[in-house]
Design a protein. Structure first.
Length: 308
């Protein structure tokens, strides 16, 4: 699924395209991944897009009604998660719609904002006021905004595996499998290490590695492993710079030892057995089950999505 850099890339592109635009009408296709399709169809027309921003792995289209002022003005947003195959793009209204287009919002400049998602593992919800605030409060800190001290307190204050904590959206919002593996490789920390057992220097190294990798990935438009495209329909380039993720059996860029894979927190984790020393009691990656890149059940994916 798209992670922080991919969502940030798309949000920035949509911000350039949509800020100030007004939604005139809405058409919906399949709605099983939408929280409140009837409300979206009824309430989204007439709203103006104030800004588009990323929140963890979600995009928020911040909305307002131009006629609302003073006490009538209530914070609202269209919350969008891309799932595994989703994208949101503005297109000329006369351009044929792609298959699996499930939301079409006609804009006041004659274009259509289209949400396309073949597998429908994404999520769309129109949220206002307290519902919006409650939704956002369940997520942890943004890894690009958190201080080093707060990062250290969150990591060293728990006895969970470090890979599990990086993936826990209640700890840090936006980090997923790709950038967790890449950051741990850069910091030379094994994914199965216990957070509370990391030294202060190791936590500092991980904090720096995570921020550097996320920022570089944003500059390069994110990682396009299979389906991700930006607001202009272009793939990212950071997948060309992966040092660990998806490189099982290939030589480590530092020491030439073959990259291995183990499962941590239910996810495949790629690491260098030489640079990232395996803690006692943890398998070293031999005989692990093959990586499942396709065929995830829809129900399992939606459960994972609801958890962030």
């Amino acid at each position: 699924m798209p992670e922080l850099p991919e969502v940030e890339t798309l949000a920035r592109g949509l911000q350039r395209e949509l800020a100030g635009r007004r939604v005139l009408s809405v058409e919906l296709g399949k709605t099983d991944f939408m929280d409140n399709p009837a409300e979206i169809e009824r309430e989204l027309p007439g709203t103006q897009v104030q800004r588009v921003e990323r929140y963890g792995k979600f995009m928020l289209l911040r909305l307002r009604r131009p006629e609302e002022t003073g006490t009538a003005l209530e914070e609202s947003a269209l919350l969008v998660h891309l799932g595994m195959t989703g994208t949101m793009v503005p297109r000329p209204a006369n351009e044929p719609r792609a298959k699996h287009t499930h939301l079409v919002a006609l804009l006041d400049d004659g274009r259509e904002l289209r949400y396309i998602d073949p597998r429908r593992f994404g999520r769309i919800a129109l949220l206002r006021g307290e519902r919006l605030r409650q939704e956002l409060q369940r997520f942890g800190a943004d890894p690009l905004q958190i201080s080093q001290d707060e990062f250290g307190r969150r990591i060293r204050g728990r006895r969970a595996r470090i890979k599990a904590m990086l993936l826990d959206q209640g700890v840090l919002r936006g980090v997923g499998n790709i950038y967790a593996d890449e950051s741990l490789w850069k910091a030379k920390i094994h994914p199965a290490r216990i957070g509370a057992r990391l030294s202060v220097e190791e936590v500092k190294s991980l904090y720096s590695a995570l921020q550097q990798i996320l920022e570089k990935a944003i500059v390069l438009g994110g990682s396009s492993i299979s389906d991700f495209l930006d607001a202009e329909g272009e793939p990212g380039e950071y997948q060309l710079h992966h040092k660990a993720y998806g490189r099982e059996g290939k030589a480590c860029y530092r020491c030439k030892m073959p990259i291995r894979r183990i499962v941590v927190a239910g996810r495949s984790s790629f690491f260098c057995p030489n640079c990232q020393k395996t803690p006692r009691g943890v398998r070293r990656g031999r005989g692990a089950k093959p990586v499942r890149r396709r065929g995830t059940s829809k129900g399992a994916a939606k459960v994972a999505l609801r958890k962030g």
